[in-house]
Design a protein around this ligand. Structure first.
Ligand code: ADP
Ligand code: ASP
Ligand code: MG
Length: 456
């Protein structure tokens, strides 16, 4: 076995989110986690907390010069604050400054003509900046560390803002370019960003660093994927919504995938897809308190409770299509989905009645906001049926096991919700979830009420 194969026997890919690399103190805490774990040889990090939001605002085109300057100044401060704490900032200062200059130039371009391609190029700077600083911090802690440009291996298609990764190409590129580096050092690289076959920068969508880390873990046959964030694991619901939420010690891939998919922000929705393909156990913990432990996500776990957790996803768009022609006819839904596919509209949930079908649209790209139906799709659908679009909705999902085959579970849930108006309910397709739409203003109290009834 070569030394690299030996590493593969206990190779951890560790990902640190924005709050875990927010400033010098957070970065140093995260670096100590790497230093203390010899198996953690690949580290993917996000941009410093808040930076991607600033970059997205610039990328959307800030025409007002004062506001643009304000955003650029704030970006400069965040990165210079870290530089000022380094023992030898001179090595990285020029790289940070040239990236900040590049942000300024691209922001000018975006102010006159924003585009999805430009947005990806601009927002990628957050991760390009943070990785320079984090690499330097590890080196100053005597951990031999090299910075690696993930765009050399993270091959995606050219769908800017929500690019689709190509796992086979990523595996091949990682074998050629990343693996040889692992022999004697730690590699620090960027989450969230990638590159298409022409070398143009792409992004995997907001929160995409978790997904990047899972893709890299898959490509190098890692034995563990660690996601370090600001909470010690996955909870029964977002602890910011229900303070009584409880940490989950162990959860199955299927339940955790449902959680991620239905909006538990702690994991990007696609994160577990590569982990499941390669059966890589995933650990989630807090970089502020690693000693508290966290959640293990694995193929099978001892415990499979009827109700596991609640997830919430806002910014939902619901489309209702009504046509009398649908009544006992065939081919109507096929035509609807043909039109949606032609306009690259991805559908999330769906329910039908005799003469109508309601569906929700999949999440939007790095540019942000609620997803919308492209005007051309509305036009084509309007020739077939009446089209109504509603926004300001949130999706609440209850995740569990055997819910659809357990008597009385619906009563417990809906009994608690008698004071709320439920817009759309999906139940039965999966034994692991029940979900419904509620008005945005009701969403948090619905989650709190359900959490109290079921978990407290
Ligand atoms: P990072 O920047 O590290 O990727 P995120 O903000 O994307 O962190 O995700 C962590 C946040 O996810 C937590 O602060 C918490 O508010 C939220 N969250 C949502 N659902 C859950 C859940 N079920 N358990 C724990 N945290 C959750
Ligand atoms: N920095 C990116 C974002 O804020 C990606 C990530 O943090 O996962 O969305
Ligand atoms: Mg995240």
């Amino acid at each position: 076995m070569s030394p690299v194969d030996n590493h593969a026997a206990a190779l951890t890919v560790a990902k640190f989110g924005g709050t875990s690399v927010a400033d010098f103190t957070a970065m140093s805490r995260s670096a100590a986690i790497i230093k203390n774990n010899p198996a953690a040889r690949i580290v993917l990090i996000s941009a410093c907390s808040g930076v991607t939001n600033l970059l997205v605002e610039l990328a959307n085109g800030v025409t007002e010069p004062d506001r643009r300057q304000q955003l650029l100044t704030r970006l400069g401060q965040i990165h210079h604050n870290v530089l000022s704490e380094l023992q030898s900032p001179e090595n990285v200062a020029s790289k940070i400054d040239s990236l900040l200059d590049s942000v300024s130039t691209l922001a000018d371009q975006a102010a006159s003509q924003p585009s999805v391609q430009l947005t990806d190029q601009l927002v990628s700077h957050g991760e390009l900046l943070s990785t320079h600083l984090f690499t330097r911090i590890l080196n100053e802690m005597d951990v031999d560390t090299v910075r690696f440009d993930i765009r050399d291996i993270m091959r995606t298609d050219s769908q800017f803002g929500k690019a689709i990764p190509q796992p086979e190409a990523i595996r091949q590129l990682a074998t050629d370019k990343l693996r040889p580096l692992l022999e004697n050092q730690v590699v620090v690289s960027q989450g969230f960003i990638g590159s298409d076959s022409k070398g143009q920068t792409t992004t995997l969508g907001r929160g995409g660093s978790d997904y990047s880390a899972a893709l890299v873990a898959e490509a190098v046959d890692a034995s563990t994927l660690e996601i370090w964030t600001d909470v010690p694991g996955m909870y029964t619901t977002d602890p910011r919504i229900a303070a009584a939420a409880k940490p989950i010690k162990e959860i199955s891939f299927s339940e955790a995938s449902e959680m991620a998919n239905f909006g538990a922000k702690i994991l990007h929705p696609s994160t577990l897809v590569p982990a499941v393909r390669q059966q890589i156990p995933v650990f989630i913990g807090s970089s502020k308190a690693p000693e508290q432990g966290g959640t293990w996500i694995r193929e099978s776990v001892d415990d499979a409770p009827l109700f596991r957790a609640l997830a919430l996803r806002c910014n939902q768009t619901m489309v209702t299509l009504t046509s009398l022609n649908m009544f006992h006819a065939y081919g109507f839904l096929a035509e609807v989905f043909r039109i949606l596919a032609e306009h690259k509209v991805s559908v999330d949930l769906i329910t039908t009645s005799e003469v109508s079908v309601s569906l929700t649209l999949d999440q939007t790209d790095t540019g942000g906001g609620a997803p919308t139906l492209p005007p051309k799709a509305v036009e084509a659908l309007s020739e077939l049926c009446r089209v109504e679009v509603e926004q300001g909705l949130c999706l609440v999902a209850l995740i569990g096991n055997q819910m659809s085959s357990t008597k009385g579970s619906a009563k417990q849930i809906f009994g608690t919700l008698e004071d709320y108006n439920l817009r759309m309910i999906c139940y039965g397709a999966s034994p692991h979830n029940l979900c419904f739409l509620v008005k945005e203003q009701d969403a948090k109290s619905v989650v709190k009420a359900l959490h109290q009834k079921i978990f407290e």
